[in-house]
Design a protein around this ligand. Structure first.
Ligand code: FPP
Length: 247
């Protein structure tokens, strides 16, 4: 970290206009590996190193919420070996990084139904959430068995439950109330969504929350995504004129 280029770019950031919430679809691990005639798992391993770096960089520049798409509701369709490897990486990440994350005052949260994860990753994730629950510098919000449509449907079901139990009335339902039924309860909508790897789609990520999010796409594959690319995304974001439907 800290190449001349990244230092120059870092100096161009306007620290009065840091996006509060950055979301990243970490894509391109498989293609990165294929280009090198390596197994897909090698791409995920390298991708995990970028997770560690970007979490550190995001904390340093004052981002308050960082959402990462680590495993989608659709990723269960992948070969079992690849799923097992991703789960192992999640466990490895927590076992090797949790102390540092905690020391850096980062709070780990997840979005998605983690009850469906295998036992060890589930328990490690629960331990990470518990250990860091009172931290305040940044929320690291990890999408695990996460799907935007699934999230909305779960939200609707839970609203119906609350209506049936008499906790709320149909007239109470509005956009503010609905936010409390999403996995991101208490987290503001992303200001900036980064998707590397050249794909121009959302892949079921934070569908409700990204209504006014600024998108930043790039051809860089996630395992090649460096500190300076993150700064570039922030600097480009700072040039955008956000009107939220106004003029
Ligand atoms: C998409 O690349 C990436 C994933 C499905 C997994 C992302 C996971 C990591 C970076 C590591 C684990 C993360 C944490 C937070 C523990 P792809 O496999 O779809 O790539 P491709 O489109 O090139 O095939």
């Amino acid at each position: 970290m800290g190449s001349l280029q990244s230092i120059e770019l870092k100096n161009k950031i306007d620290y009065n206009n840091i996006p509060e919430h950055v979301a990243i679809i970490m894509d391109g691990n498989g293609r990165w590996a294929k280009k090198r005639f390596l197994p897909r798992t090698a791409g995920h391993n390298e991708g995990l190193k970028r997770v560690t770096e970007i979490v550190e960089v995001a904390t340093k520049i004052g981002i308050k919420y960082l959402s990462l798409y680590a495993f989608s509701t659709e990723n269960w369709k992948r070969p079992q070996e690849e799923i097992d490897n991703l789960m192992k990486l999640l466990v490895h990440y927590i076992r090797t990084e949790l102390n540092k994350i905690h020391k850096n005052n980062i709070k780990i949260q997840t979005m998605g139904d983690i009850s469906k994860l295998p036992k060890t990753p589930r328990e490690e994730v629960e331990r990470a959430i518990k250990t860091t629950e009172n931290n305040t510098k940044m929320i690291l919000n990890i999408g695990l068995n996460y799907g935007g449509r699934d999230e909305i449907i779960q939200g609707v079901k839970n609203i119906l439950k609350d209506i049936n139990m008499g906790n709320i009335k149909e007239e109470d339902i509005n956009e503010d109330l609905f936010l409390n039924y999403l996995y991101t309860k208490g987290i503001p909508d992303p200001d900036l969504l980064i998707r590397p790897s050249g794909e121009l789609r959302l892949s079921n990520f934070m569908l409700y929350q990204i209504a006014y999010t600024e998108f930043w796409f790039s051809d860089i594959l996630w395992p090649d995504f460096k500190e300076e690319d993150f700064y570039r995304a922030i600097i480009d974001y700072q040039k955008r004129d956000r009107r939220f439907g106004g003029i």
